[in-house]
Design a protein around this ligand. Sequence first.
Ligand SMILES: *Cc1c(COP(=O)(O)O)cnc(C)c1O
Length: 407
Amino acid sequence: MQRFENAREAALALRPDAPVYCFRPEVLKTDARAFMEMFPGRTAYAVKTNGELIVLKALVEAGVTMFDVASPGEFAAVREVSTEAEMIYMHPVKAQSDIRLALETYGIRVIAVDHEDEINKLNRVVRALDIDPGAITVFVRVQTKGSAAYELSKKFGAGPANAVELCERLNRNGYKVGLCFHVGSQIEDPDTYERALASVDWVRNRVSFDLAGLDVGGGFPAEYGHDPNSKKPAMPSIGQIMSRLRGDLNEYNFDEMPLVAEPGRVIVARCLSLIVRVLLRKGRRLYINDGIWASLSDSWTGKITLPARFIPDPAIRARNGDADKIVPFKVCGATCDSVDILSRPFWLPETIDTGDWIEIGHIGAYSLSLRTRFNGFYPDTFVEVTTPFDEGDAPQGFASLETMAAE
Ligand SMILES: *Cc1c(COP(=O)(O)O)cnc(C)c1O
């Protein structure tokens, strides 16, 4: 992989017409270690957030020893970067053949369920493979009410009373039993974890045996941009959220049992930025070479504001407008699909033009992992960059929280 000090240097050296991912392995390691230091239990990186081998490898180098996996593809990716890493299979709804593969081929011994049919599948595999159920920890996923950019508690999780029944059955079947929840991604309300802890506490107080552990899932927010014309939203930092969570775990006496977290976004968001080129400027619209079917679906569906930095092409000699004036541009994606327009504008200097580049920061989470081959566009160029996105000259523009529906 070619190395550059920053994205501007990469853009000017390569003059890329296709999107370029700028990977920062040291930023990734720093953020992974910071999380592991703050969380009072084991950290299982959620592979779906970004399952690129270079990312998984850097995480192993940073000391991550546990991975939250959901599919045969993810089992294989983790094994490819580490023969020792432990995997926990936390998808509540699984194919029976995948459960078998997990237990038989990959030696996975931690698994999540939220329904009795999932216990039936697990029992069939365990019996067929003649595994002692006592060697397996089954986490019952409990439904929670939360507030996040992505609300996942509607799709998965057993209601608290049902969770008690599932726990009792698993205990009778000889498994070790824990509780887990996942509040959704990019939480927006700092009370979210406490509400979830209250739910699992309710369950714990009604089961007749001691639980083997608690898994608090993911959802920890990453830092993004904001509309330069409005006040920065008052979101607590990850440090504040974590100290609150530690306090709540202590208050509910959960700190006396083994704890696991499954962070994704908060660990990988900062480690990648993306250089895109302006293929055409048409008034206040920018047509770029990436979009919602490639690296930018997360900002589209998740209402996420991405920080952006203008990289002017020095070959453009004459420019119109005021370079110090930051204005909103509607951003159109690379495909012919008319839906492929970002839901948030980019705020950039008025002088930006056809041929310039934009560096979009903090896109390590749910970007590459969601890209498709739709319309034949598939960004796959990587360079290594040493300077963190937020260092150096400040990003000039921010994708805005304001919608551009009016335009
Ligand atoms: C997606 C997911 C995660 C990671 O969520 P983030 O918001 O990226 O931290 C963790 N656990 C489960 C079960 C998930 O589905």
